[in-house]
Write a protein that binds this ligand. Sequence first.
Ligand code: CTP
Length: 403
Amino acid sequence: MLKGKHIVLGISGGIAAYKSAHLLRLLVKRGAEVQVVITPAGKEFITPVTLSALSGKPVVSEFFTANSGEWHSHVDLGLWADLMVIAPATASTIGKMVSGVADNMLVTTYLSAKEHVMVAPAMDLDMWAHPSTRRNIETLRADGVEIIEPASGELASHLVGKGRMEEPEKIVERVESFFRRSASLEGRKVVITAGPTYERIDPVRFIGNFSSGKMGFAIAEECAARGADVALVAGPVSLSAASPRIRRIDVESAVEMHDVALRECSDADVAIFAAAVADYRPACVAESKLKREGAEEMTVELVRNPDIAADCGRRKRPGQVFVGFALETDSGLDQAVSKLERKNLDMVVLNSLKDKGAGFRTDTNRVTLVTRDGEAAFPLKSKRDVAADIIDAVERMAGYGQP
Ligand code: CTP
């Protein structure tokens, strides 16, 4: 499964470092080439001799080899790696990763890593629960880092609680699942609409909505991480897409988004309509700024915008999988089912504005995936994890990766 895969194993200074030897052995046994990078504190817990014997490679820890002056290039290591796993990651290493404090080889390698990064934290329960750690973990998640949550149990302090590094076997499962997923959409084209649309009233005003685009961008990153060619049709948002596999097409209005989406969907395998499209636009756009002098009231006449999902759905060919969203103020199952039919979609992602942590501008979401076969409700998760659930369901529905 891991044959020929290049993995950088980062080890920082915690008691759990002794488990890293076992993790390293499991990875090597499955055929991975593993390069260990250890922090100075890590060496207090496990020796480089053990690690280099298990990996068959010298362990990297210093920027230079003391006697020869040979420079160890973190950039080369970052490019070499297909995956970086930091296990254990202490509170201090996590803090340095978040703020870019590049004072050791592990953090410099992390900052140069081009591919996916997984972090398995290990610390005392109070440190894990501290607001500083909570903030840092959320920042890492937002940066696209996969967090392997610590388990509960007895800790080095003899206290019992959450903070134990996840067991090496479980970490290996996550590594294998990452490599399985990373190719699951290879050769597929995925079109995603994201963000709000702005409908101009005059040169300085528009009708818009509170959509931040975060859900659509998370889906785009998830698809790119699985090897898809992604066309991201983005309304006005202040987000940037990290993956080079994402081709971003910026639009402003629903009419512009409609034109681009129709064109892009014609040869797509999957389309996901995550944009919060304005249903109406001003019937005419004033050429100069509207003045308020003398006018006690103002009426803007609105006309209907095209329904992008429905128009693409009408042209859907066999084999294409199209997914829409339904943001409702109530539970909205009936509306989701009706949108599925009306727009000729294969799945509707239902979320409710009534749910705490779901909807606009949050980093989390709670969704129910509605298909013609029934519905599946998921708990509150980060938008990136929600994106993974949505894409897992799409892949199952499309039969990707199945013999
Ligand atoms: N959608 C679209 N074009 C529109 C309106 C909606 O592509 N003009 C898409 C959204 O991206 C979403 C789905 O249709 O995937 C449902 O959007 P929503 O606004 O909830 O549905 P509407 O059809 O506008 O119904 P209503 O607002 O009446 O609930």
